[in-house]
Design a protein around this ligand. Structure first.
Ligand code: PLP
Length: 400
């Protein structure tokens, strides 16, 4: 490690909580699919901020929208209207096909919003007795880090020693349609919260028919389907929303990450009025939610998605990525999962841990992130080229 790198790393070690274990790379600049560290070394970014950078680093249209807005108005709070709010909400509602949206900042806040909306809907519309609402979640889930959200996590690192836990959640195995259907049938169930593809768990694609089966059971039992598309949505899988691959329209979308264009945190839930209309003034909100800068960037993000170009690229380049990954030696790579420009690559334990693979990949100029055990996750910016994908896969081969 050079001195340029070691100073920021040692300052972080000394003065920042150790809640992350970053690779020893100190990034100073970025553009498109590439980042440059403080020593001038370039790396291909195969993580893209966990899909927050779907449009690449500093996409010109997003930087232009942010810069224009910075020179005019950034924040009013929701105590007043501002001239970018309505436009953003209308655009996002149109993109999702829903009546209305509720903007927040982080993904976890949007998930909390979905939980609150579903519980209130359960009491006021479905008629569940007070205090008895249940929400069904899935094993291996990742929905964020708040106390309520980690209350239904099955990851000991995320959950242990943070109790007492929020009640009102039931966890069933991901991908098990019978198990989730049984819980949906319970008359106290108000919602199912599901990732169409589980990202943090290692890019796990559920069996065909799973999402459609949940949709059907939710409709039959008057239960809300809440799709957490924070990571899977907004182009990543080759569709605007990953639910589209099964022709499923959830009752509520949870969105975040790429909605802020990699510039600032922007999240939202989107639903029709019979659902979102249960929230009245004073019952939910955020000082920064729906701020003018966020709305300017979020509107520009919707404009990019409406061209369809990113969904198309993720489909075509995703096929290329998966085809290339399948050429890696079968004794070293035991599984490749995913959809679109999103892949979980599982290595044989003899190869090493995911962390070790990522450390070696960084030396070879490729940034990726391990998930659990010996799995790494690839989710490059959708602006990546086929040649750059080839470069990344060749570096994996070299590391193996
Ligand atoms: N939901 C999903 C599916 C996620 O992948 C994440 C983050 O990785 C979140 C929610 C939480 O988002 P945030 O980190 O912005 O709170």
């Amino acid at each position: 490690m050079t001195s340029l790198t070691s100073t920021p790393v040692s300052y972080a070690e000394a003065h920042a909580a150790h809640n992350y274990h970053p690779l020893p790379v100190v990034i100073a600049e970025a553009e498109g699919s590439w980042v440059t560290d403080v020593d001038g070394k370039r790396y291909l970014d195969m993580l893209a901020g966990y899909s927050a950078l779907n449009f690449g680093h500093r996409h010109p249209a997003l930087v232009a929208a942010a810069t224009e807005q910075l020179s005019r108005l950034t924040l009013t709070s929701r105590a007043f209207h501002h001239d970018r709010f309505g436009e953003f909400c209308e655009k996002l509602a149109r993109l999702t096909g829903k009546d209305a949206v509720l903007p927040m900042n982080t993904g976890a806040e949007a998930v909390e919003t979905a939980i609150k909306v579903a519980r209130k809907w359960g009491y006021q519309v479905k008629g569940v007795p007070d205090g008895q609402a249940r929400i069904v979640a899935c094993g291996g889930n990742f929905h964020g880090r708040t106390v309520s959200i980690i209350s239904f996590s099955t990851d000991p690192d995320a959950r242990a020693d943070f109790g007492p836990y929020t009640p009102g959640f039931v966890v069933v195995p991901y991908g098990d349609l019978d198990a989730v259907t049984r819980e949906i049938a319970d008359e106290r169930t108000v919602a199912v919260l599901v990732e169409p593809i589980q990202g943090e768990a290692g890019v796990i694609v559920p069996p065909a028919g799973y999402l459609a089966g949940i949709r059907e059971a939710c409709t039959r039992h008057n239960v809300l389907m809440l799709a957490d598309e924070v990571q899977s949505g907004l182009g990543r899988t080759g569709a605007t929303f990953a639910c589209e691959h099964e022709g499923v329209v959830p009752d509520l979308y949870v969105l975040g990450k790429a909605l802020g264009g990699g510039i600032l945190p922007v999240s939202a839930v989107a639903a029709d009025w019979p659902v979102l209309g249960v929230i009245k003034p004073g019952e939910h909100g955020s000082t920064f939610g729906g701020n003018a800068l966020a709305c300017a960037v979020g509107s520009a993000v919707v404009d990019l998605l409406e061209t369809g170009e990113f969904q198309r690229r993720a489909t075509e380049l995703g096929e290329h990525l998966h085809a290339r990954l399948r050429t890696l030696p079968a004794d070293a790579v035991t599984a490749v999962r995913g959809r679109g420009l999103w892949a979980g690559v599982e290595f044989a334990t003899a190869v090493g841990t995911g962390r070790q693979v990522c450390e070696r990949l960084a030396e070879h100029g490729v940034l990726a992130k391990d998930t659990h055990g010996s799995t790494i996750r690839l989710a490059p910016p959708i602006v990546i080229t086929a040649d750059e994908i080839d470069f990344a896969v060749e570096q994996i081969r070299a590391v193996l």
